[in-house]
Every structure is written in C-alpha cells, then in structure tokens.
Design a protein around this ligand. Sequence first.
Ligand code: SF4
Length: 670
Amino acid sequence: IASRCGVFAKTDVQALINQGTSKEDISVSVLQSVVNQTISNLACGRPIKGNIALLGGPLHFLPQLGNRFIETLGDENTYIKPENGQIFVALGAAIASKEEEGVPFKTILKNIENPIKVEFNEEDILEPLFKDDKEREEFFEIHKKDKVHYGDLKNYEGNLYLGIDAGSTTSKVVLIDEDNNIMYSHYANNKGKPLELVIDVLKDIYKNMNENAKIVSSGIAGYGEDFIKSALNIDIGEVETIAHYRAAKYFDKDVDFILDIGGQDMKAIHVTDGVIDSIQLNEACSSGCGSFIETFAKSLNMDVEEFQNRALYSTHPVDLGSRCTVFMNSKVKQAQKEGSSVEDIAAGLCYSVIKNAIQKVIKVRDPKQLGKNIVVQGGTFYGDAILRAFEKVTERIPTRPSIAGLMGAMGMALIAKEKSTGKSTIADRDFLDEFSYKQLQTNCNKCSNHCGLTVNIFSNGKRFITGNRCERGAGIELSKEDTLPNLYEYKYKRVFDYEPIDENKAKRGVVGIPRVLNQYENYPFWFTFFTDLGYSVKLSSESTRKIYEKGISSITSETACYPAKITHGHIESLIEDGAKFIFYPSVFYEKQEYEKADNNINCPVVIGYPEVLRNNVDNLKENNVKFMNPFLSLQDKKRLKKRLYDVFKDEGISKKEINEAVGKAWEELN
Ligand code: SF4
C-alpha cells in the first residue's frame, strides 16, 4: 500500500477491497506502510534507534501500530510507552507555560471579539466566476441543453440494457431502454462493498421492473470489473476509458477532448478521428480531484453542493495555487485567518482544481490547445462552480452532461446495447436470492514467491483469485506453444551467474559488489576485472522485500526511485555477510553501444548514489568497511585503464595488471 499520500493510500486500499482482499491483511498492510514511511521517508536517513518513545494518538489508541514499529525497528532498542502518550504535546505545552508570562483573561476576550482583518494583496485575488447576475443566468441557460431523458421503469415493456461503473469508491449503475432513455440510475459510495452494492441495486431493479421488460445485455467497467463480472455473470467487461468515451460521444458526436474528474482520479482523454490517441492520468498527486473539494467543504462544515453553490457568488476569489491537499490546507487556513469569505475560498479552490488539471495533469501551457469539442464529466463536474472555473481558465464552453457522474455506467449501457446478442447471462432474481460467496486465504506454491492468495468462491461455482503476481496463481497454465522464452530471466542469469574464486584461494582477498542499478549491465565487467586481479567477488543476493527493509533507516530522500532506495539494503546485506571491502563505482558515462546514440550518460541518481551510500550507511564506518566508489567513465578503454590504475595503485597493483584486467573485462562486457 502506497503511503506517500493519504489519498493515494485510500485508492490502493479501495482497489484491494474491490478485489476481495481480506480486511485483516489490508489492516496490517496499512499499519506497516505507516511504519515504513516513517522510518524511510520521514526520518530521512537518521536511523531510529536507542530509547524510543512511542507517543501521540495513533500509537496510543492502536497498539498494533506500536507492535509493527517494534517488530520493524528490532528488539535491540528500548521502547517507552507512557500511559498518557496521546496528550504528550499538550502536557509539554502546559509544563512549558510555567516559564511564560501570564496573559490576562480580559485581553484574550478582547482579541476574540475584535478579530484581526487583513486585506489580501491584489495579486492574490482572482477574477470572480461571474461579473454579474446576467452572466450567471446566461451560464445556466447554456448548460441546460445537455440533458438526458428519463423513462418510467414500472410501465416500460421491452428490452433493457444495463451498464455498471464499479469505481474505486463509488459504484454507478445506469439502465437504458431501446431509445437510450434512462430507466433507472444509481450513484452511491460503495462503502468498501462494491459487489454487495451492485447486488442490492439489481434486486431493486428487478423489484421495480415490469414483467414484460427484460435485461438483454449488461456490461461493466472500472476497478471492480473482474470481481463483479465473475460473481454476477455480467456479459461484457470493458476498459473504463472506452466506456467514458462512448458516453461522451453520445452527448457530442465530434468530441475530441474529455476531462473526467472523479473522486480520486483525473483523466484527460484526447480523441483524434474517432480514436482515443492519448490518455493522461494524475500520477503522483490527487490534489484537484473530488475528494479534495470534499475535504475542504467538510472542514468548513458544508456538503460539496452547498460549498460549490456558495462559490458562484464569490466577488474576490482567493488565489490558493495548485499544490497538494496538505499545503493547500494551510493556505485555506491563512485565507480564513485573514478574513476571506467562504464564497471567496470556495471559488479559489474551484480555480485550483482546474489549474491543477490543466498545468499538472494535462500539462498544456495554453489551455486553448485543448480540443475543439470538449466534454467535461465525472462527479466533480456536477458542481456549477467547477464548470465555470473551467470556462474561465480555458476560455472554452464545454459540454457538461447532466449525468456527469454516471458517464462510465452510461457508456457501458450503450456498449452493452451495441454488443447485445439478445440474451443476457446476468444473474436473475433467483440467482441473487441464492447468491453467496466465501473467501479463503492461501498461498500459491508454484514458484518461490509464494504469493498470498485470496480465493473468492461464488455460489455459481466460479472463482476469483487476487494477490497472484502472475497468471499461474489464478490457475491459468500456458501451453508450451504459448510460452515465450523469458528473456528477462535469460539476461539476469547471463549478467550475474559467474562463479567466483574460492575466498581462501583469492590472493587479494574478497570484494563485495551490490547487485543494484547499473550493475545490471556492468557486473560482467567488474566481475572479470576483479577476478583477473585475484579477488574473490562477493555479489549481494537477489533483491527482495527483506533486503529493502534492511536498508530503510539510512534512506535520505523520499523522492529517490525504488531501485536506488533498495541499494541501501544490498550494502547492509554485504556488510552482514562479512564484506570488508565494497566496490561500487560512480559511473558517469556508460559504454557507447550504438553508433547513433545521442548520449550515454547515466541519470544523476545512478551516477551519484554510491556517494549517498558512502555518506549515509553508518554501518560501513561502524564495521570498518572500506567502501570505494571512484568516479569514472566506461566510454573510453584507454582512459579507463589510466583511471583504474590511479584508483588501485595504492593497493600495490601494477599498471600491467590493470591493463590486462581491463582488456579482459572489456571483452566480457562486449
Ligand atoms: S502467482 Fe505466480 S509469481 Fe506468485 S507464487 Fe504463483 S507462480 Fe509464483
């Protein structure tokens, strides 16, 4: 479970719930992700050790969280769990206040009665969403047209088509008739039980359906697609984006750009000549999505609808920038402190959401570069203020369907209709009444990963398995003809499967090399080089989660990539393995493999990471390990020989030996 951002962690958890992972497993993983996040990212390379006090509400009220910390940090530390850990900061403040001068109660009262009002600077104020009532009315008039027609389910006789969009937090269902009239729709938070919600909705549809009506085709898209499709025998599964595009096309047949802002995700879909040619998603941050606005509305004691309605009447929207929820929170607090009205803050936030979408997700400098026929959708666009902010920022008038939040389900209903065979396999009333499912926890034993599997067994006899990292865990065995050679495995073995000299026979001792980053290319070179010089090469073992965890306490930067972060664990494991000399060069340029290659410089992380390790892995010093990370380049053999001679001359290695070793290593790398 990703723990960098609360909103994304929520998305991960939701996906696991939708796939049927057990709640016990998810709970432990959530706690563990908090622990890993604290040790690796918040501590930023300062190891947590010694006498450790476990303080604050979460550690007080969730003893299991404390246990995860203790288990991860190890029992060589002393842990202090005071009785009142949850109020330690208040306790500290009370004790510290003894040293301060007292403030008379009257003064405090006066301050409360006369709040300080500070005016915002001109540059912090944005244009109001509407300059006057007339403009506001025109806006409502324009957007009145994008409506759908509804029919009466009870009296309708004939064929029906069902579309389901099982999103991460919400489930949407749309039922249409032959003329695409909506006969039934549902939009609700799935409360972590997406299957149960769809079952309830289906039962409700059957209850209200005329006996001469029939669902003849059904389709599903979204996070919970596979799980619900297997359980309820839904006819068609489709990629979510296609479903969204299909619905957008229904409202504007020439649509060429779709912006969908949902609860936690944002999609920008570009369409050329009727084909989706690119999709952009919010990657690292969910600021700007529906839950972002919801969070702020809640903090101001309002629901989202009221919050957005208030924004429509703002006169001086505050420029809150477009940063992450946590930073934005402090900006909103500042705006409140400085006397901004709820209307102005709400309008400012609507601007922020749209600017975030344009600048960070779609990444266009000129919003006019968005398509000509724009459809905006997703639950967030139910709000008029967001829609208006979009118009103000982009200077375009998009189509906003009246069912903005149901577009995935509407698209699926339309697709189900197009692909209908006239007979649906979807669960009928009797099936639903009898329906049940159970979950079994087990492990796949088909390879050494031993993935933990959750097997959902439905009463229709079907199974749905999650937790498997490959198709074999789901019981799918590929025939020999279908199996392509595993080139990754071939390369891995080719690069690392070298037999080192026996340590006792190595005239120059043992050199440790971490199995990380560019060693995945260069190990053959360094193995051959050191073996020729008479060293026994000790390679760290394969990367595993355990190896990663060995090194998390010395990781200094949260933003480094995972392959860089895991190098800490490889160094620790070499030290544990008794290595007294570790060689891990900082390589600027790799060997040029292709004549026409523009460049062959490594990324700064690959070049500089050995330096990060040298300065931060305390165990190197504490265990007297010699860590060598010379800066060098593999581009030019002659210069490399010279450089390596400089590096190793103090070890008593002659120029001739270096030249010979580099020659052989160079050949091996070829
Ligand atoms: S699911 Fe695949 S990767 Fe996982 S244990 Fe089974 S065979 Fe191995």
